[in-house]
Design a protein around this ligand. Structure first.
Ligand code: FE2
Ligand code: FE2
Length: 255
């Protein structure tokens, strides 16, 4: 009933896309930060706060996905993805500490400071709902499709992609340039594209019933709003439209 799906090409792709957050030069960013207006700083800080919380959470959940993988190549792909997500978490924490000047001796304490800059819905999604899904997956490997649906299609495909796009748009309009942050954002986005492509393949090769399909669509529509005012209504609408298109392309029917 499931298609034989080889995921090795994702692992090979990930290998060619490796980068190191400490190779990026943040000197110009540090100089530009104090010159930004309070409003500009608040927007960048809110988005960075969301990414710090999100990437730390997603990086920590992939172990359960690896354990539930249907074959070795899928397992290796989750592992390659976990390496990317850990790097993303380090990158956003580095920007928070070095450019934004968020105080704290370690990433966890900087996140405590940043938590006040995002909605409780965002914190809840990443620190409660996603971990709960991963825990259920650890008990029941058959829940893999729904868990990938939440992680890869909803969280990465809607919430993170919309946030990353909003950050690039914000960077375009700033009164002073943040080239290091822009460089890293582009590299993060490049990684996220293959993660979403991988998740789509996992969902595509599974049978998704009507209830699961409706849940995926509905979760996407709700999740897109966790950024609150940090993302425009237009950007949210675009993200949800792309989500619906991606689900359809993965062979999910809507009744
Ligand atoms: Fe990521
Ligand atoms: Fe990702």
């Amino acid at each position: 009933m499931t298609m034989i799906a080889g995921y090795d090409h994702f692992v090979q792709l990930a290998e060619t896309l490796q980068w190191d957050e400490t190779d990026i030069d943040y000197t110009a960013d540090r100089a530009a930060w104090p010159r930004l207006s309070a409003t500009e700083q608040a927007t960048v800080r809110g988005l960075i706060a969301g990414f710090c919380i999100a990437e730390t959470s997603v990086a920590g959940q992939l172990g359960s996905y690896q354990a539930a993988a249907r074959d070795e190549s899928m397992e290796a792909t989750f592992r390659a993805q976990a390496r990317d997500e850990a790097r993303h978490a380090r990158f956003f924490d580095l920007v928070a500490a070095e450019v934004l000047g968020v105080p704290g001796p370690n990433p966890a304490q900087r996140q405590d400071v940043l938590r006040g800059s995002v909605s409780t819905e965002l914190v809840d999604l990443f620190e409660h709902r996603l971990p709960a899904t991963a825990r259920r997956l650890a008990d029941d490997h058959a829940a893999l499709t729904g868990a990938v649906g939440l992680y890869h299609m909803v969280i990465e495909g809607v919430v993170l992609l919309a946030g990353q796009q909003a950050m690039l748009d914000t960077l375009d309009g700033l009164s002073a340039d943040l080239p290091g942050l822009r460089k890293g954002m582009e590299l993060v986005l490049r990684d996220e594209r293959w993660h979403i492509g991988f998740g789509s393949r996992v969902v595509q090769s599974a049978a998704v019933d009507r209830e699961e399909a409706d849940a995926l669509l509905e979760q996407g529509e709700t999740a897109a709003k966790v950024w609150g005012d940090l993302i425009s209504a237009d950007a949210i609408e675009t993200a949800v439209r792309q989500h619906r298109r991606r689900l359809k392309a993965a062979g999910i029917k809507f009744w």
